[in-house]
Design a protein around this ligand. Sequence first.
Ligand code: IMP
Length: 432
Amino acid sequence: MTALVVVGTQWGDEGKGKIVDLLTEQADAVVRYQGGNNAGHTVMFGDETHILHLIPSGILRDTMSILGNGVVIDLPELLKEIEELRENGVEVQGKLHVSARSHLVMPWHRLIDQLREKDKGEKKIGTTGRGIGPAYEDKVGRRGIRMGDLRHPETLLARLQEIIAEKNALLTHLYEASDQCFDPVSIQQEYLGYFERIQPFVTETPVLVHSLVEQGRRLLFEGAQGTFLDIDHGTYPFVTSSNTVSGNACAGGGIGPRHISDVVGIVKAYTTRVGSGPFPTELLDQTGEFLRSEGQEFGATTGRPRRCGWFDAVLVRYAVRLNGITSLALTKLDVLDKFETLKLCVGYRMKDGSIQTDFPFEGHDEVEPVYEELPGWNTKTAGITEYDQLPKNLLDYLARIEELVEAPASIISTGPKREDTIVLQPDRFWKS
Ligand code: IMP
């Protein structure tokens, strides 16, 4: 079997970028299968920090990088990312492949996303404002534009006329934004210009994926966002608009389930979330503030401060099951270095007094977390690269997490750099 899937087990920002980067060393290709430039991966490479939004971080290692059909692409943003990589000496030609079936995030998607959020006021989702929701809506509503559609200027114009008529009506009559209406001909011209530049990268990525599978190559499917932002399984409606769970690697990447041998769940040693929505273990006090500053918890895409809280084993255990996680990569344990005691949420006390250990359908705002307390290690672990040097209390914290969420740890990250990592079972990946 040739495919490994990496997914976030919480609300995103678990540190996937670094782990994907690490595992990419052993991979022949990295495939993104959902989301768009709402994602933001921070990868430290030597002394340089790279933030990538669309292109898989594998590109920094010269690994073949594929944007699958399930990804939604803001074309000018993708071109900008390519340019920035080139300016930093990373060439993408011959390494980056973009699915002809991927849908485009068009300017009206961005605009409508932002106008809607503004209208919602207090009740807003807290989206990244990148037009992701409206783009997926149009995909499912069969009025989207796919990358490959840019090959045909005439049919493109006809489609744009139809689509833009509807968008302009919406902008004029619902959002009172007639000054921001779109013109089909100028959009056609603008996008044909972009297409000229992206064309060398556009291909039928499922065919490429199949040929790699046939050759027995190692594929890494990189999930964006996290399990609880999944459109079906997350804290709806405070979710993103795609399936973030590992199962979508198949639909969004163009591979059959039988080729997947490993699913690595990325788990932050505490919990964070950006945007609105329920968060049972959120800490609105100084401890939350401390986690934010120690963990540098500010969004890579929007710069928004992330909400912070204790580790929630109810969430992660549910994520282990949903994704079929075979092992865990624990990140940011070093952020907990200065704590005397740590809390782990082992269940939710519901309004009726019952204790739930499966993530419930509703009532997340009202549940009371049931905590277990463990002693902290209160010593510096940042940068440790030998398992034997980790303090006993950290290993106990880790062991309790493994027990509660029912999955073994395979990787421990002790800092933002590639080398700040302990791989517990180096040979375990890509084995059937
Ligand atoms: P959207 O994906 O921009 O529509 O935003 C929907 C929700 O997902 C919001 O709460 C965002 O903050 C959250 N979100 C989207 N992308 C990411 C990500 O990469 N990391 C963390 N949260 C995200």
